[in-house]
Design a protein around this ligand. Structure first.
Ligand SMILES: *Cc1c(COP(=O)(O)O)cnc(C)c1O
Length: 217
């Protein structure tokens, strides 16, 4: 396996034009491949398994900003709390409380995104609108000093149907706008992957999470 530098440069230009941030998704990729992308200038990497993330973090450059994008179990939070840059996948108040507790132990403030279920596939994690509203109310009333909720994350359905994907991203962006009126700290909408990042950008993504396109077999 190797990295696809040309593809990276292409995408980097498209994102720069629209002011969209990139997280390079490096799950299942080797430390060597991550280092090669890092040497091209990538500083933000996303992983979705805690063990894999901590193994890689230990040996890769310390200025990498690690994003956690997978399903996070409360008992694993302590393992990433010392260094994690942004957690994209918060889906319960209990998890938020645990992140706050572990961030406090590490004297840090950890930024978090709330994961919203926008697809119609059973395998995707995240909250629905009602759960989101409930969690935001609990969060706004709480005094958690060591976390900051700064946006939303979502994954569209895995389909060729562009209009379906577009509608799902539009919905996520509309939830974001609604919440922004209550909490002005919200600034990130993390949506768009290799297959659908162009649609996500058209629908107002501020952060895409791209993996496969950067790597070639
Ligand atoms: C794997 C993954 C990505 C990247 O997917 P690609 O299709 O490889 O770009 C983005 N977000 C999440 C949550 C993922 O698990």
């Amino acid at each position: 396996m190797a990295i696809n530098a040309e593809q990276y440069h292409n995408i980097k230009l498209q994102l720069a034009e629209k002011n969209v941030n990139l997280v390079a998704v490096s799950k299942t990729r080797t430390v060597e491949d991550i280092k090669a992308l890092y040497d091209l200038g990538v500083k933000d990497f996303g992983e979705n398994y805690v063990q894999e993330l901590t193994d890689k973090q230990a040996v890769l450059p310390k200025d990498i900003r690690w994003h956690f994008i997978g399903h996070l179990q409360t008992n694993k939070v302590k393992l990433i709390a010392p260094f994690i840059y942004l957690i994209h996948s918060v889906d319960s108040y209990k998890l938020l409380q645990e992140i706050n507790k572990q961030a406090d132990k590490n004297n840090r403030i950890i930024d978090c995104l709330l994961q919203i279920y926008i697809a119609d596939e059973e395998t995707k994690f995240g909250m629905n609108e009602e759960e989101l509203d409930f969690l935001m109310r609990q969060y706004n009333d709480s005094e958690m000093k060591n976390i900051k909720v700064i946006g939303l994350m979502g994954m569209a359905s895995f389909t060729e149907n562009v209009e379906k994907i577009r509608a799902e991203f539009k919905y996520l962006k509309s939830l974001f706008h609604k919440l922004q009126t209550q909490n002005s700290k919200l600034k990130i909408v993390s949506m768009g992957m290799s297959n659908d990042y162009a649609i996500a950008i058209e629908e107002g993504s501020t952060m895409v999470r791209i993996g496969s396109l950067f790597f070639s077999e």
